[in-house]
Design a protein around this ligand. Structure first.
Ligand SMILES: [Ca+2]
Length: 386
């Protein structure tokens, strides 16, 4: 249905003729997405990231990797993925990743059980089949990405445009003995990708102690009500399902159910720690625009997209080119050092505006309010006899 609508709109545009000088529609970005998404959740920030991924039409999601394969068997991320595909009417292949951490940075993971080989194979197949270079966006460990790289290095060097790696903390090892959580999921995979000379867009989770954003950390937080109140009902139900974990109800049916008011209120009152939203906007080529004094929206830029002259671009964050070097230090932590290098294909996230948190909250609210919802997310009652 959504696809038909797109064709209809395209037809209308063609009938109306393209305005002289109008820019061509921006090309979409092919994406392989990797997430340690689970139900029951480990950290439900992954549920907000999944919705962000599917709310950005610039991102052409070609594959979803469900990271931490062994835990996927007990807490399947396939449940929220199926729900998101139902909400948005999309059809994307997804599969679970390797079950155990890599034995060394060079480990291709080939000795792990056949049950856990699907993700690495899907990454390689997607890269080989793509008509253009693919962006990899990882929000958990880098295990399957590193294993795939270890199996076909040349393919990665020729077919990977960017790897957004939402992982790590530049202060680990140097100032603190502990690794950041995603690093701890697979230290060897982290070392491998950070040292690979690939176009890594490094998005450290923190910069300093845990919960410190510093200069390079992506961390921020929001209260659910501030983002979810204006979201479509099916998406609201997606979060109520994830966070209240109702028993004995079909996850897809729940999307069009009427939740209990007390469940809704409880979910609305929760706060959520977040990381990947700004990197998503960057991957999609969006810019942040101010709308008045205290509202912001991430939009395609004025030349190609939906921003108007009434909206002012704001320099909230950027990625700056750096040379990356990861090594294990005495404490056992993986320390990543980096130095400015305009010639390096790698970059690091950098905050430019101290209003980052209210800006991200507003941008996520507007984005999720407009997530494309397919008709099938609210199925009509089944008529008798069918
Ligand atoms: Ca995650």
């Amino acid at each position: 249905m959504l696809r038909n609508l797109q064709f209809a709109l395209f037809g209308l545009l063609m009938l109306g003729g393209v305005k002289a000088g109008a820019a061509a529609p921006p090309q979409t970005v092919p994406v392989i997405y990797s997430s340690d998404l689970h139900h029951p959740h480990v950290d439900p920030d992954d549920h907000f990231d999944l919705a962000t991924l599917f709310a950005l039409p610039e991102l052409d999601v070609r594959a979803v990797i469900l990271d931490c394969g062994a835990h996927q068997l007990e807490a399947p991320g396939s449940i929220p993925v199926r729900q998101m595909l139902r909400i948005t009417g999309r059809d994307v292949p997804f599969t679970i990743g390797l079950g155990k951490p890599l034995q060394s940075p060079e480990d291709p993971g080939t000795d792990q059980s056949a049950d856990f080989q699907g993700a690495v194979e899907l990454i390689l197949k997607t890269l080989r089949a793509s008509d253009r270079a693919v962006t990899i966006f990882a929000t958990g460990s880098l295990r399957d990405v590193a294993a795939a790289f270890n199996r076909d290095e040349n393919l990665f060097r020729s077919r990977v445009a960017r790897i957004y790696a939402n992982i790590g903390n530049p202060a680990s090892g140097r100032e603190f003995p502990d690794d950041e959580y995603n690093v701890g999921l697979d230290r060897n995979a982290y070392v491998r990708i950070m040292n690979a000379g690939l176009p890594v867009y490094w998005c450290p989770c923190f910069d300093g102690a845990v919960w410190q954003r510093g200069r390079h950390g992506t961390y921020w937080k929001f209260r659910h009500a501030d983002v979810l109140e204006s979201a479509p009902k099916a998406l609201q139900n997606f979060y109520i399902f994830a966070l209240t974990k109702p028993q004995g109800v079909d996850p897809l049916d729940f999307l069009s159910a009427t939740p209990k008011p007390e469940d809704r209120a409880a979910v609305w009152n929760m706060s959520r720690a977040m990381w990947c939203t700004a990197p998503f906007f960057h991957a999609a080529g969006r810019r942040i625009y101010a709308k008045g004094d205290a509202d912001w929206q991430a939009l395609a830029d004025t030349k190609t997209g939906d921003a108007t002259n009434a909206e002012r671009p704001v320099d909230v964050f950027d990625f700056v080119p750096v040379r990356l070097q990861a090594e294990k230090v005495k404490s056992g932590a993986i320390q990543v050092t980096f130095a400015s290098d305009p010639k390096s294909p790698a970059t690091v996230f950098e905050i430019h505006d101290e209003r980052y948190e209210p800006i991200m909250t507003a941008c996520l609210k507007h984005l999720l309010a407009g997530i494309p919802v397919a008709e099938q997310a609210s199925p009509p009652p089944i008529s008798p006899g069918k």
